[in-house]
Design a binder for this molecule. Sequence first.
Ligand code: PXG
Length: 442
Amino acid sequence: MSSTPATPNDLSAYWMPFTANRSFKKAPRMLGRAKDMHYYTPEGRKLLDGAAGLWCVNAGHSRDPIVKAIQDQAAEMDFAPPFNFGHPKAFQLATRVAAMAPGDLDHVFFANSGSEAVDTALKMAIAYFTTIGQGQRTKFIGRARGYHGVGFGGISVGGISPNRKMFGNALAGVDHLPATYNRAEQAFAKGEPEWGAHLADELENIVALHDASTIAAVIVEPMAGSTGVIAPPKGYLQKLRAICDKYGILLIFDEVITGFGRLGYSFAAERYNIVPDLLTFAKGITSGTVPMGGVIARKGIHDAFMKGPEHMVELFHGYTYSAHPLACAAGLATLDVYEKEGLFERARSIESTWADAVHSLKGLPNVADIRTIGLVGAVDLAPNAVGPGKRGFEAMDEAYHRQDLLIRIAGDTIVLSPPLIISDAQIGEVVERTAKTIKALG
Ligand code: PXG
């Protein structure tokens, strides 16, 4: 530790997550405040938020009722131990989230992030099988190009090599389904592509290889978000559900991105009329205001644990900040905003306007593919001569510094996922500024 105190604008101490630290610190992209559809730089420049922060600010930024709920909760009760004690808002929020989930997804376990939610779901799956006398079911099946956060469980079932290769073998006993994206068959798709349902049959081959009796669960994002927006081919998820049912394998939907309106419904499970056995959520539950994640479990899974002496803990798992009062207050206020303003319905009703607007970028220089689904859009740019990732990085930088637009990038893919409060005019602005960004790159 240096004895020199850091000056207020010394950028060196903060080791930034998933960021090119050295280039950021040479030309920082700072955000100072936010309201509704916009961020403001510390100097006051106004940026349109094309990314809902990081897929989470679905209700728009710093919304008054949510801010007030958090302020009031901080004053009323800052913290309550979640083990052996409860507070009313935790039960209220669990009840509301369970009511939003389809079928008998009835019980909610709280964590603080998507990564924790995923690890919770994986542990629940294994513990469930132990509980019902099938303790040999320990393997997980993820999918190539899947993202399930950064815990050891999540990176193991995830399918992103840079997230995996530096961290050893992580969990043993994991296999992967193939990714469902195929540009030749699906280019410029709006919504769920026609081609690709057959890729779910690969699960049959994996089952044949390992034997169903060793497999605990299949985990997929209904729509793969982080790796560049891959909508499920028509019929694909239904096939996965059927194969899992056939072999008694649990199906986990990771809805950290797709939950809370992003695809026009409370959960993608509803859009596809599928009841997964476990469903993970985070991000939109509090519209990004206070960290929170969680798992919704089907009744049969939860109930399997509710046996043995009643004074005994049933599941040896949980976090100090599970169901944190500030997060619960924020969650309840956020769900109120979603409901009062009909934001999920809004996302559904503007899906085709959004799709047409984003697809209008076809034909711009280096645009190799465009995909849209719900209130999500992805524009693949061809890599430039420097190699993969450079053009995408330049797009994000250009958008921030010169086009007053915040976007996400996944390699050379521009990813758009605005807050659900976006107006029709702002859809036009997002697309126009994205077009200017793409043209500026040359
Ligand atoms: N599952 C899914 C499907 C996610 O998208 C996580 C788990 C992990 O959540 P936490 O809260 O632990 O980060 C995520 C997170 C991107 C991007 O660039 C997406 C996420 C995180 C960081 C970047 O698209 N999603």
